[in-house]
Design a protein around this ligand. Structure first.
Ligand code: ACO
Length: 429
């Protein structure tokens, strides 16, 4: 017999048995759908801190233990042994690919890296100093206009093609947006290169001289993309799913996800970390900024610190932290910003305020320093995150369309406005 939880309303004495939804890992969820009907209450959970919005087989996080699994595989193993294309396959289709499956998938992605020439002209329409996230959001939304022949969301082949296109084209669009912002000519994707190399080539090569891809940079990007590929029902993925629940096309869903990721409380934090480190400027000023972060009257927060789910340590941050030293070493870069970041981390981790609230460095604390070492401009940091997270977004979007009991996402509210009142004509107000 399936387990239930009994809820008794002490006001009315009414009671109801609510079914428990059992997970493979983690805490079960109380199914509350019949609560309003049976007891007459909504549930109130701003920020969805206690709400499971869906059932998913893709990613598991244990925030207390600092565990992150993609389809059951620990993130540290994937970071060490896999590559971004293989991880994308794993997220989309549920299992690690065989050699043949990998080759087919990788070939398919490579075949879809080009964008319509009109996309370049579309980008020309943006002001030269437009934020690349604005360009990315606009262009990705516009892709639906190029592929109306394959937007039948009831057709699995169309859905799969849309997912592949999105993963393949995102780096091309990102690089075009970057080059538009610095006035460089477009570079077409070279499909002989692998995913990270291709992106580096599209961003940094110039027609006037040969460009040699730095293997350290390609390896670092590959790792960052693996770590950022998915993170269960975070704000942007939940946005993709919410838009997806309306039956909207995948390009509209992902464009909305890009908008959510852009926010400084989410993916925009990597950009905010660098700006913050720039503002702090010197290790001597770290205590002043720590004090500001603790001051409730000051809106300043330590960017790259804290996480809604991880209350121990962000396992991605631990991997990035050691990679950060390795990359700077290999590239022969002595960045005082890294010393500053380490001092900030050291002081914060010893401070009662941060200990009490379980505030640890998150994935974005170190990623910005690596991007900076790779010559990626600060306003492209969240774009890099977007390229990686696209794999997770489309995996969730595909899963959502394969869920039989999927419904449109439509939360309720606790209304605190006026009671009913009569309209008063303007001359009598
Ligand atoms: N600096 C200082 N204080 C903080 C910070 C911080 N970075 N983060 C949380 N706190 C404090 C809050 O003021 C609050 O204190 P209180 O209990 O005295 O009121 C307490 O810690 C809990 O914070 P909440 O805001 O309730 O935590 P929530 O889970 O809602 O927020 C978030 C998580 C948004 C990540 C938050 O920690 C934050 O703003 N961090 C900085 C931005 C950042 O790095 N975002 C990236 C997240 S990772 C990602 O998206 C990939």
């Amino acid at each position: 017999m399936s387990k239930t939880v009994q809820i008794i309303d002490p006001q009315t004495g009414k009671q109801t048995d609510l079914p428990l939804r059992e997970p493979t890992l983690g805490a079960p969820a109380i199914e509350i759908a019949k609560l309003p009907r049976e007891l007459g209450y909504w549930t109130y959970d701003p920020g969805f801190g206690a709400t499971a919005s869906c059932q998913s087989d893709i990613t598991y996080i244990d925030g207390d233990k600092g565990i992150l699994l993609y389809r059951g595989y620990p993130i540290d193993q994937l970071a060490e042994k896999s590559n971004f294309m293989e991880v994308a396959y794993l997220l989309l289709y549920g299992d690690l690919p065989s050699q043949r499956e990998f080759e087919c998938f990788d070939r398919e992605v490579r075949q879809h890296t080009m964008v319509h020439e009109a996309v370049r002209y579309f980008l020309e329409g943006f002001h030269y100093d437009a934020h690349p996230m604005a360009m990315l959001m606009g262009v990705v939304g516009s892709l639906a206009g190029f592929y109306h022949d394959s937007l039948d969301m009831f057709n699995p082949a169309d859905r799969n093609l849309s997912a592949i296109r999105m993963i393949a084209k995102m780096p091309t669009i990102a690089a075009l947006a970057y080059r538009r912002s610095i006035g460089w000519p477009a570079v077409y994707p070279k499909n002989s290169l692998d995913f990270s190399e291709r992106l580096l080539d599209m961003m940094f090569s110039v027609p006037s001289e040969p460009y040699e891809i730095n293997p350290v940079a390609a390896k670092a990007l590959n790792l960052l993309f693996i770590l950022h590929a998915d993170h269960e029902q975070n704000a942007s993925t939940s946005t993709v799913r919410l838009v997806g629940s309306t039956g909207a096309n995948p390009y509209a869903c992902v464009a909305a996800g890009i908008g959510a990721l852009w926010g400084p409380a989410h993916g925009g934090a990597n950009e905010a970390v660098l700006k913050m480190l720039d503002e702090i400027g010197h290790v001597d000023r770290v205590p002043e900024f720590i004090a500001r972060a603790k001051d409730k009257d000051d809106p300043f927060r330590l960017m790259g610190f804290g996480h809604r789910v991880y209350k121990n340590y962000d396992p991605r941050a631990a991997i990035i932290r050691s990679m950060c030293h390795e990359v700077l070493n290999d590239l022969g870069i002595d960045d005082p910003m890294l010393d500053l970041a380490m001092e900030l981390e050291r002081i914060a981790l010893e401070d009662e305020y941060f200990i009490e609230r379980k505030l640890y460095p998150n994935v974005d604390f170190y990623s910005g320093i690596i991007y900076k070492a790779l010559n990626i401009p600060v306003n492209m940091f969240t774009v890099m995150f977007t390229i990686a997270r696209t794999a997770g977004w489309v995996a969730h979007w595909l899963e959502q369309h394969e869920t039989p009991d999927a419904r449109i996402g439509r939360p309720r509210q606790v209304y605190t406005g006026h009671d009913t009142r009569d309209y008063v004509p303007m001359d009598q107000r």
